[in-house]
Design a protein around this ligand. Structure first.
Ligand SMILES: Cc1cc2nc3c(=O)[nH]c(=O)nc-3n(C[C@H](O)[C@H](O)[C@H](O)COP(=O)(O)OP(=O)(O)OC[C@H]3O[C@@H](n4cnc5c(N)ncnc54)[C@H](O)[C@@H]3O)c2cc1C
Length: 422
């Protein structure tokens, strides 16, 4: 594994980057490749700790779709993310890894993984890239306080001070705090007058009020249709894979919608491949006519509803799964069609930061230049990655954002005419 070099603390840097996650390291690479001396301060004993957990331990590094299809995946931040994503694309990221000998594979749904399916190889490739450049990563050295000094910046750590012309906040959000992301960057950004948009868990499972499907935990429905409603208003709808858990709903389809879910919202799920309740009702009627001796339980199985889930839905509807389809009658078939196409849950809350893959909210993007990630309030200060009020869908979009925003800042630092020392 590439090893971070030990810095001479007396020498001021062109840039100090706080946080050695994907955003911080990609920023460091681009600034250093452009001739700036760079120091990266990392709280953990090693860089890229969170990366090892990504993609269920396989590291879904990015998505293979055309880059102009990426922005809508970041909800209402679509416009903000565009310039950085277009300047450092999914293709650029794949080429960066390839340059270090790591191939990638793309799955049917477009998710891109390292060919070895091992995050440790991504880790190694990124650190090899860093090791070839004039940059230093100081691990186990958290930034404690940052301030503006003499036209540049000063960062205090337990071991002393670090000075630089440019300062990058790359401390991540609040998700999985045991990986080092504990929200320090918000306090740093506030020092310079930045507004922090209210944070909360995103890409998090939904905990359901009075959940009656705990016995169905582990069942997953492919390409379910999911609608989130608040009172009579539809908040968002989407399709995707849905997972029943012990406490509620998860799976990529639910996680992607979770940024818009609030306590008390209704989540209506269609678990059958019909566009409407009427179509589903038609299929049940057809089945009763063609296979009248078959049980309603078998009928639901033929529609692709997993047996345990079908049994629970029928039980809650007060219908015996052994009942012959010819004996179900119109009222029961209406009820079954409505449950299959509109199985309703009430959200109690989202899973906390300990189980949310990303953080919604963060440093307000209104005060950040989207081409460079430079603060509009404090020239020379940059904010990148998850610390910003940007969160993407599942599928590799969050790591791509971390890399793209980091590259944008790194390139801007390399171009900047700010003094190298503070
Ligand atoms: C379980 C899980 C699975 C995920 N899977 C995927 C996936 O498959 N694909 C995908 O695209 N995204 C995935 N994500 C999201 C993705 O990992 C993050 O969006 C991404 O890591 C954010 O990068 P970052 O560099 O902004 O922040 P981070 O990766 O959080 O890095 C921030 C770094 O800053 C350091 N730091 C914090 N405070 C200080 C301080 N005061 N001084 C010094 N250092 C500090 C932290 O220790 C940390 O190393 C997943 C997240 C989780 C939790």
């Amino acid at each position: 594994m590439a090893r971070a070099r030990i810095a001479d603390r007396a020498v001021p840097a062109g840039a100090v980057i706080v946080g050695a996650g994907p955003a911080g390291l990609c920023c460091a690479m681009h600034a250093a490749a452009g001739g700036r001396s760079v120091v990266v301060l990392e709280k953990n004993r090693a860089p890229l700790v969170k990366l090892a957990l990504t993609g269920a331990g396989r590291c879904n590094i990015t998505h293979a779709g055309p880059i102009d299809e990426f922005p809508p995946r970041y909800g209402c931040r679509a416009r903000f993310v565009r310039p950085a994503l277009f300047d450092f694309t999914n293709g650029d990221l794949v080429r960066l890894l390839a340059r270090r000998g790591l191939g990638t594979v793309c799955e049917e749904d477009g998710r891109v993984f390292p060919a070895t399916h091992d995050p440790a190889d991504v880790h190694e490739a990124l650190l090899a890239e860093c090791a070839a450049l004039p940059l230093e990563i100081r691990c186990a050295e958290p930034a404690l306080r940052i301030s503006a000094e003499n036209g540049g910046f000063e960062v205090r750590t337990r071991r002393g001070k670090c000075r630089a012309g440019s300062l990058v906040i790359a401390t991540g959000g609040l998700s999985y705090p045991r990986t080092g992301s504990t929200g320090d960057g918000y306090a740093f950004a506030r020092t310079f007058g930045h507004a922090i948009v209210e944070t909360g868990p995103a890409l998090a499972p939904v905990i359901v009020r009075e959940y009656r499907f705990a016995g169905c935990a582990g069942i997953s429905i492919e390409d379910a249709r999911i609608v989130v409603r608040r009172g009579s208003k539809q908040v968002r709808r989407s399709r995707g894979d849905l997972l029943f858990t012990h406490r509620g709903l998860s799976g990529p389809g639910m996680l992607d919608l979770s940024r818009d879910v609030r306590a008390g919202d209704t989540i209506a799920v269609s678990i059958v491949p019909f566009e409407t309740e009427k179509e589903c009702r038609g299929a049940l009627d057809g089945d009763a006519r063609a296979h009248g001796r078959r049980s309603i339980g078998q009928c639901l199985a033929s529609l692709g509803v997993p047996a345990r889930l079908a049994a629970r839905i029928l039980e809650l509807a007060g219908i015996d799964p052994a009942l012959k389809t010819s004996q179900t009658g119109k009222a029961r078939r209406d009820l079954i069609a409505s449950r299959l196409t509109r199985l309703e849950f009430t959200a109690a809350r989202l899973g906390g930061f300990g189980e949310a893959m990303v953080t919604r909210g963060g440093v307000s993007t209104g005060e950040i230049d989207p081409r460079t990630m430079e603060s509009r309030l404090a020239p020379g200060l940059y904010v990148v990655g998850e610390t910003l009020d940007v969160d993407g869908d599942t599928g590799g979009y969050n790591l791509q954002w971390a890399f793209s925003s980091g590259a944008a800042a790194g390139r801007a630092i390399a171009r900047s005419s700010r003094p190298v020392t503070a």
